[in-house]
Design a protein around this ligand. Structure first.
Ligand SMILES: NC(=O)c1ccc[n+]([C@@H]2O[C@H](COP(=O)([O-])OP(=O)(O)OC[C@H]3O[C@@H](n4cnc5c(N)ncnc54)[C@H](O)[C@@H]3O)[C@@H](O)[C@H]2O)c1
Length: 356
């Protein structure tokens, strides 16, 4: 089903006001959630609201927390999120990195005590919107099974990189597991089997059945089931490389901020998530205008590369730009089970379900 994006935005804003968030904060969360669905990233838009609802009800998210800079140099900062809403803390931290990049060329901000912040690309794109190169990553509750292991130990630890370009930013944004947890949830809601080795049981057994009983343990660190790193679960397919990328994320997030590493984060505990944000002014390398124009040409050369029948060569961010044009014109795509979750939350919070 398709749903008008502005109506969904206003609905999400009303829900967040009903929880007790300040109006401006509720609007910022609605902006970010709608931005995600507008760009076709169904795993992390309104699909994630039921998880946030669970966290808010359990008191894991402090509605009125204010992020605080607790350590700072001209090019870096550590932010304590005081367990507020991840989207609000993430936006504050990336704006801090952007300010530092504008005055010092580079800004690196590491965050502790936050919560799930949605898509990493939203924050990288904030820097690109300001004419800068942007990077963001976050750790999460465990999801990734380290190569040759049996249990999840690292997070799904996404990395996002954005660089200004025409007609839209270069936007690379991916989980360091083969897929994020949210994509498994979406496939299960749609009753679709997994098309590849996304989920692994007992360290050797890929699970493709969306109804497999093992999936009940996918968010439990103690269960012998989890997600494969990018590159699958064998060294022959490069599993150790995705695992290694997740290690870099742990260093930039939990280690630099002094906050939780992924194994210390779990649904049942009150340990916050850690994030990282980097903004770089390309002018620190000299002539940035020539750099950007060469980059635009380079991207066009890539898009023009010969492709196999019925396919095309994309540049990272192309699919999101196409999804944005489609969703803006034709509405957001929301699956029936996710819509039912939103209706249930609305009823509990006594917010009217809008007419579509
Ligand atoms: N907050 C969290 O804890 C968390 C954890 C994991 C993932 N996430 C988010 O989940 C989202 C989805 O992650 P994903 O791993 O499913 O990403 P994905 O596989 O959908 O896309 C990854 C990237 O590849 C690009 N892409 C796709 N097909 C391409 C092609 N053929 N050629 C070139 N580029 C192509 C996309 O533009 C995107 O930049 C991300 O936005 C990520 O930040 C969040």
């Amino acid at each position: 089903m398709r749903y008008d994006s502005q109506t969904v935005h206003d609905w999400v804003q009303q829900l967040y006001e009903a929880y007790g968030f300040e109006a401006g904060d509720a609007q910022a969360v609605a902006n970010m959630i709608t931005y995600t669905d507008l760009h076709g990233i169904a795993s992390h838009g309104v699909q994630r609201l039921s998880m946030y609802d669970r966290f808010i009800q359990a008191g894991k998210i402090d509605l009125h927390a204010q992020p605080e800079i607790v350590f700072e140099t001209p090019v870096s900062a550590v932010v304590d999120g005081h367990l507020g809403m991840g989207q609000l803390i993430g936006t504050f931290a990336m704006n801090t990195a952007i300010q530092k990049a504008k005055t010092s060329g580079v800004g690196i901000v590491s965050v502790r005590n936050s919560n799930h912040y949605g898509i990493a690309g939203y924050y990288a794109n904030l820097a690109a919107d300001a004419g800068l190169i942007g990077f963001s990553s976050t750790n999460s509750n465990p999801g990734l099974i380290p190569t040759n292991g049996i249990h999840s130990f690292l997070g799904t630890d996404p990395i996002a990189f954005a660089m200004p370009a025409k007609p839209h930013h270069f936007w690379l944004d991916f989980a360091t597991t083969t897929v994020p947890q949210g994509k498994v949830e979406v496939y299960r809601k749609l009753e679709k089997d997994f098309p590849a080795d996304w989920v692994l049981a007992d360290g050797t057994r890929p699970i493709h059945d969306h109804n497999a009983p093992e999936l009940a343990g996918i968010r439990q660190q103690s269960a012998p089931v989890g997600l494969t790193p990018l590159g699958g679960f064998t060294e022959a397919t490069g599993s150790h490389k995705g695992y290694g990328l997740a290690m870099i994320v742990e260093i930039f997030t939990g280690l630099f901020s002094g906050g939780a590493l992924s194994p210390e984060i779990s649904d049942g505990q009150h340990a916050g998530t850690s994030h990282s944000f980097i903004a770089i002014d390309p002018a620190i390398f000299g002539d940035s205008r020539t750099m950007f124009s060469r980059f635009d040409d380079f991207l066009q050369q890539l898009r023009a590369q010969p492709a196999v029948a019925g396919k095309q060569v994309y540049v990272h961010g192309d699919k999101e730009a196409a999804a944005y044009a489609d969703r803006k014109a034709n509405g957001l795509v929301i699956d029936d089970k996710t819509f039912a979750e939103l209706v249930k939350i609305s009823q509990r919070l006594q917010v009217d379900v809008p007419e579509f």
